[in-house]
Ligand binder design. Structure first.
Ligand SMILES: Nc1nc2c(c(=O)[nH]1)N[C@@H](CNc1ccc(C(=O)N[C@@H](CCC(=O)N[C@@H](CCC(=O)N[C@@H](CCC(=O)O)C(=O)O)C(=O)O)C(=O)O)cc1)CN2
Ligand code: MET
Ligand SMILES: [Zn+2]
Length: 733
């Protein structure tokens, strides 16, 4: 390729949804995994989705079409495969790719964690001394050829080397392997150039978080080296999810020809002048569903001082649904304010044609909501200090030492999902549906009694999703029929749209909790989703500071807590799995976030009396980063993921001084742990924590598992708890 690439296209998007407008990929994946179809059939569905996407983008007159944004599971896993970082133990599996993603018989999958501050999850690459990096460029090359056969020139999108290594090991230690990895990227660039590719996009979102001077220097050196490659396409380095800050001048000093900046989340900081560069200006948000105010976007574009400006999305459109036109049930007034992926592409194209007429000069940049001081008063704590509460709860609940419980959901059956769909289609009476839910609750209660669990749950059969269900019962939210967004692999959510002031018209969960409690003499734990998580997993209005929105939701949850308590529910769990996820990427903004998010949680839960035991649940192993905040939630019992990360978390959380349930059963895998294995984990826990404070529970809810596995696994969990309980009682005699 020539050292001077052709001009960058005037409009583009950084990436596109890939699950399919009707979740075609989900169905194809699950069918393949269940052995109902072949790998070739799966590949055909993928090819069809890629073709439909390129055709649609071209029809919408988008100039720069991306490729390699499709993935059968995850783009980070694809990058590991691209670089040959496939751990040896997976090579013998029937399908090593999916073995890494999901595990197989006797082989645990690679770890999975959150993609920056989104609800998307990526597979964490495993890099060890034995890793031999070796390029396998077949996927990006095949997609380039596939698009070309359809008549489209594309820009392959590949995760950049710096972010790849930082995702593999956030400590930065894997950056030591940069030279080896860069050799693969050089080879990739040469192969793409030989294929006639004009531009390649290397994604470097890690550059919007705080980076050490060494990391920044490493990034600069990496792009100096890639930029000086003899044969290569034009280099476009995309930063997104925030302000690249100091990374921007570093990139600007390298030979890369184009730099992507997120002008929606990038904040108000003025962009430095970037002479000689193309700026790919992300002015259409890839993280929300609101139409872009043209004035705001044009002003942001006008503030860019560079050789050339391309209009783009702030990040990949992976995080938004396909098409708002499919949502015929949405209130037309609201629908008119919304833009999903297709509409956002149209906005990019429209802005790009408006661009030449934009007067140059400074303008306000970005869509950051002006932050107001925290005005909402946090109500006075209703609850006594922990020791007082703990005594009242012990007296009231009379639980054994090492009480066993679960995190809330039991398997969601196909029958229930089909019944919900039938109610929505008008083919099933709501009464009949409610009887089905009651029957499922009874089944779950009886199962737990039979297994011998101490604190029962109703199993959440009435919920399509732990956030969407609450959104459907609160004012201020709208939900979609088909607004699916990929969360991980084949799993999707329909994030609700929080568009107005939130309030609770009436009790939401009380009838199901009371029904469950009426069936048994053991305590049944009420189950709510916390305010931060409800907001984190929704698309949220941008005319109010986030904390004010969260506090409105907290008030609704507070009312529900009150009603549950009044109905005789003596244990209430308020889940906050997304507390970590919303943590700002820059440290400077973290204390303020943690302050208001924790106070929102306390606002939601502090209406409960001392006798009522409040549980919380967080299910990611990186909880270690926000320990002080988790402690600040002041829940009587905290359950966290731990089965996979082992005792690592225990040392850290041991200081809480309240109840703690480190998960002893990894629910992300179909594998059934045996009682001995659970016992070992419990013994490790008991070495770190006093027995009176330890709870015995799985890592997370059981909704994605099958009844068979759950029954066997929970049986072993109860068995292990009983063995240790017997030892403790003997020792105490
Ligand atoms: N919002 C959210 N984010 C989260 C989690 C979570 O639980 N919720 N958990 C963590 C992990 N992420 C997850 C995300 C999704 C799912 C999940 O199981 N999603 C389901 C969909 C859940 C749902 O909305 N179900 C609906 C609709 C189900 C459906 O597909 N119905 C059929 C028709 C029914 C049938 O015949 O099967 C259809 O619409 O075509 C329901 O039960 O009512 C899926 O992808 O399969 C699990 C974990 C982190 N983030
Ligand atoms: C992602 S956290 C899930 C918590 C919820 N109560 C459940 O058990 O499914
Ligand atoms: Zn969980």
């Amino acid at each position: 390729m020539s050292p001077t690439p052709p001009p960058f296209p005037a409009s583009t998007v950084l990436g596109y949804p890939r699950i399919g407008p009707r979740r075609e990929l989900k169905r194809a994946l699950e069918s393949y995994w269940e052995g109902r179809s072949t790998r070739a059939e799966l590949e055909r569905v993928g090819a069809g989705l890629r073709e439909a996407t390129w055709r649609r983008l071209a029809e919408l007159s988008l100039e720069g079409l991306p490729s390699n944004t499709f993935s059968l599971y995850d783009q980070v896993l694809d990058t590991a495969v691209l670089l040959g970082a496939v751990p040896e133990r997976y090579l013998a599996a029937g399908d090593p790719y999916f073995a890494m993603a999901r595990g197989t018989e006797g082989l645990a999958p690679l770890r999975m964690t959150k993609w920056f501050d989104t609800n998307y999850h990526y597979i964490v690459p495993e890099i060890g001394p034995e890793t031999v990096f070796k390029l396998d460029a077949s996927k990006p090359l095949a997609e380039v050829r596939e698009a070309r056969a359809l008549g489209y020139g594309t820009r392959p999108v590949v995760l950049g080397p710096v972010t790849f290594l930082l995702l593999a090991d956030p400590s930065g230690a894997a950056l030591d392997r940069l030279d080896e990895v860069l050799a693969c990227y050089e080879e990739l660039l040469a192969a793409l150039a030989a294929e006639g590719v004009a531009w390649v996009q290397l994604d470097e979102p890690a550059l919007v978080a705080d980076r050490t001077p060494r990391e920044l220097a490493t990034a600069g050196a990496a792009y100096d080296r890639l930029g000086s490659a003899a044969a290569r396409p034009g280099l476009f380095v995309a930063t997104y999810f925030g302000d690249p800050g100091e990374a921007l001048p570093v990139l600007a000093a390298t030979p890369v020809e184009a730099i992507g900046v997120d002008l929606v989340r990038g904040g108000a900081a003025a962009l430095p002048e970037l002479p000689g560069k193309t700026v790919v200006a992300g002015v259409v948000s890839g993280r929300d569903v609101w139409r872009t105010p043209p004035g705001r976007a044009l002003a942001a574009l006008a503030g860019v001082r560079a050789d050339r400006v391309t209009v783009s999305t702030s990040c990949s459109l992976l995080h938004v649904p396909y098409d708002v036109e499919a949502e015929r049930d949405l209130d037309p007034g609201l629908r008119g304010r919304l833009a999903f992926a297709e509409q956002k592409v149209a906005e990019v194209v429209a802005l790009s044609s408006a661009l030449p007429s934009v007067p140059a000069g400074e303008g306000p940049r970005g869509a950051a909501v002006p932050s107001a001081p925290l005005t909402a008063p946090v109500p006075r704590e209703g609850r006594s200090p922990y020791p007082v509460r703990a005594a009242a709860q012990a007296e009231h609940l009379r639980l054994p030492v090492l009480p066993t419980t679960t995190i809330g959901s039991f398997p969601q059956t196909g029958e229930l999902r089909a019944a919900r769909a039938a109610v929505a289609a008008g083919a099933l009476e709501p009464d009949a549906y409610e009887r089905l839910v009651e029957a499922e609750i009874e089944r779950v209660i009886r199962l737990q009694e039979r297994l011998g669990l101490d604190v029962l749950v109703h199993g959440e059969p009435e919920r399509n999703d732990m956030v969407q269900y609450f959104a459907e019962h609160l004012d201020g939210f709208a939900v979609t029929r088909n607004g699916w967004v990929q969360s991980y692999g084949s799993r999707c959510t329909r994030p609700p749209i929080l568009h107005g002031d939130v309030s609770r018209p009436g009790p939401i969960t009380v009838r199901w909790a009371s029904y469950a409690q009426s069936l048994t003499s053991r305590p049944v734990k009420g189950m709510l989703t916390g305010p931060v998580t409800i907001v984190a997993w929704s698309f949220v209005r941008d005319d109010l500071p986030l904390r004010d929105v969260v506090l409105q939701v907290a008030d609704a949850v507070r009312e529900e807590v009150r009603d549950l308590e009044a109905a005789g529910v003596s244990i209430i769990q308020v889940d906050e799995p997304a507390l970590r996820e919303l943590l700002p990427l820059r440290r400077a903004s973290q204390p303020e976030y943690l302050e208001w998010s924790v106070s929102a949680y306390r606002r939601a839960t502090s209406g409960a009396g001392d006798r009522t035991q409040i549980h919380t649940h967080l299910c990611y192993s990186d909880a270690g980063e926000i320990l002080a905040a988790i402690d600040g939630l002041d829940a009587d019992v905290t359950t966290i993921e731990s089965a996979r990360s082992g005792a690592r978390i225990l040392g850290a959380v041991g200081g809480f001084g309240r109840g703690l349930g480190p998960g002893v059963y990894d629910i992300h895998s179909p594998r059934v742990p045996d009682a001995g294995e659970v016992e070992d984990l419990l013994r490790a826990t008991l070495r770190a924590l006093p027995a009176e404070r330890v709870w015995v529970n799985p890592d997370c809810g059981l909704k994605t598992r099958a009844y068979e596995e759950v029954e066997a696994s929970l049986g072993n969990v109860v068995e292990a708890a009983r063995r240790l309980r017997a030892e403790l009682t003997d020792a105490g005699r």
